[in-house]
Structure formats: structure tokens, C-alpha cells
Design a protein around this ligand. Sequence first.
Ligand code: G3I
Length: 385
Amino acid sequence: MKRFNVSLAALAATAAFATAGCAGGTAAAEGEAPALKESLAGRFYIGTALNTDYIYERDAQADAVVVRHFDAIVPENVMKSGPMQPREGEFFWNDADRFVEYGEKNDMWITGHCLVWHSQAPSWFFTDAEGNDVSREVLVERMRTHIHTVVGRYKGRIKGWDVVNEAIMEDGSYRQSKFVKIIGEDFIPLAFQFAHEADPDAELYYNDYNEWYVGKRDAIVKLVGELKAAGLRIDGVGMQGHIGMDSPSIEEYGAAIDAYGKAGVKVMITELDMSALPTPTRRGGAGGANIADTVGYREAMNPFTRAISDEVNTQWNARMGEFFKLFLERDDVVSRVTLWGVTDATSWKNDYPMQGRTDYPLLFGRDYQAKQVVWDIAEMAKDIK
Ligand code: G3I
């Protein structure tokens, strides 16, 4: 995998902005930031993930940011199968209903996340009363019931679904999840079939992290082709986009967008955040999002407990700007860019892959203020057609 020196690349990018006369550059922007959804209107949806506090509007300042800047939402947790169907046949709708009402009230594109995922699935899903794995027939039936019930409830209101999440490994092999072990690899086409049956008008997506890895990328391109060849609906590939300061490179990320575009589907950047902190070594390499891959706390890995340094802040804004430049250049295939959260304060990255750090991965800080890149995006959107 190609790597590059972030400090140099980021500083060069910032310098290039300043030279080109962009309003961004390194200077601290003042006044109210331009609304992202207006800067990006007609290019792609700009979305954010809502946690329970945001859904219930318990944080007025965060709510103001969401409503001003974003025109698409996805639930960070409340629609996963564990919270949705904690016990067989018992569905918990309150949070998900409220999430959908929030999106409708604010005229937002609403995506559901996620129907089939090995993680955050309730333990009963895969086992019988004795705790043994169920048969293929039983698991297919449980999957069908779950998908039909959840998608059916929001038919016509939720516009797109992450149908299957994180099923392919970096080398292109299938994750050996309970779904693969009990059903086989065809759990994916079955899931897409069930989702389409429940809402024929909804867009359907395959969603994963590290999708710029060549092995994983090629396997997902192959999967898209197989689903299409089988006559199944697949509208898009969701590239999660949990990225770091040193990986992936813009080039490899762009190559992956191109590969999915060529496969004939839309590309969504579905869970964008960029850690400003050093990447601890762990299984799966940098940039992953496999929640099982965590490492113990080390103080040296948590350098900005009070505030991010000016130098890293500048690098972060420049590199995030480079990614948005790429998305704008590819707006023929990129249909949505969704941040995985609203402000740095509530990002999952504060606890992953190391618990208890202070990270700065999103477009809005702990003070609810827009970062420099929000101004830079507005300028870039005018320049890149
Ligand atoms: O809701 C319980 C609460 O009742 C309990 O008191 C508390 C104690 O720890 O836990 C709460 O649940 C946590 C949940 O987030 C809601 O805050 C879970 O422990 C925690 O594991 C869960 O983490 C989420 C993770 O997915 C696992 O579902 C993160 O917030 C969420 O950002 C993350 O999102 C995933 C995407 O869905 C898929 N792609 C990767 C991405 C990051 O891992």
C-alpha cells in the first residue's frame, strides 16, 4: 500500500491553497462558516451520523450545526440489529422512529444503517435455546424477518439502506462471520433480495471500511457484478472513510472510487472521520474500523488532551481539504459524503482504537465551531466544476 509523508504533503497542499488565493489557507477563519449543504448543493449530499442525544435534540448547539450544515442523516447506532430486535420478535422502535421523524422534519435524505452486520447483532440471532448454532434455514428466516420488518416499517421514508456491512476482508476473502459459517456466502444476495422485497423503491448499498485496499476493492467490485448479474438491486458502495493522517493516500482512495464507479454503482463516503492522533499499531493496519481491534492506553499516544497543536491542526485541515477536493472532482459518481458524527466531543474515535484519548476527527470542534476546512470546501466547490 502506498504511503506518503503527511506533514510535507499537507503543508504543501495548504501552501498551494494560499498561493491560489483560496479563502482558506492557514489563517483562522472568522464569522459564521458557510453552510456545507449550500456550498455542496448540486454536487452531493453532505450528511452526518446522529447518536441518541442528537436524535432527541438534547444538545441545542449540536442541533443547530446539524440543521444548518447537513442535508442527509444516518443513525450511528439505533438501527443496528441488536438495538432494533434485542429479543426475537420484540422490536424496539422508539429511537428509530424518532430518528426518521427528525430527518423528515428537516427535509433530509435518510439512510438506514445497517441491516446485516456480524457486530452489534443480538446473540439470540445465531443460536437456539441450547446455545447451539441454528441451521441455515433458521438463520435465513431470521434474516428475512428482520429485514422485512425493519425496512417495511420505514418503506418510502428511508431512502437508502446499508444492507450488508463489513463482510469482506482486506485480502478479498469473506469474513468468517456467523452469517458465512451458517448460511454461506450467499447471505449477501439473500439480504439484498429481502431488502428489495420490503421496499422496491429504496436504494441499497454494500458498506465497508478500508475499501481502498486492492484485494478488498477487487472483491467488492466482483460482488457488485455478481449481484447485478443475478438481477438484484444494488445502487451503491459505501466507503466508510475512517482515515488517518498517514493513510490512505489520496491516490489510492481515488483509485477505489474510480473502480466502484466503473462497476456501475454510486459511491458514498459513508462514515468519514480523520483521526488527528498517532495511529497505534494493531491488527488490520492503519485506517481500519474493526471494533474488535483495540489497543491499551498509552499516554504518548494521546498528545492533545487540552488542545490540538497549530501544526497538526493545519495539517489536518489541509488533508481533509484534499479529500473533499477529490470528492468534488469525482462528483459524477460520489452521491453523498457523510461524516461519522457532528462534533469532535462525541466521536467514537475518542475511544478507538485506544480508549480515553482526545481526538479531533470531525468538521466541527468541541466548541461547535466549524474548522477551517469548512471555509475551504466552499471555495473549492466554486473552483472545481
Ligand atoms: O447503548 C449502550 C448503553 O446502554 C451502555 O450504557 C453503554 C456502556 O458502554 O454502551 C452503549 O452502547 C454503546 C453504543 O456504541 C452506543 O453508545 C456500545 O457499547 C458501543 O460498542 C457502541 O459503539 C458503536 C460501534 O459502532 C459498535 O456498534 C459506535 O458508537 C459507533 O460509532 C460504531 O459505528 C461503526 C459503524 O456502525 C460501522 N462501521 C464502523 C463504525 C465504527 O466502529
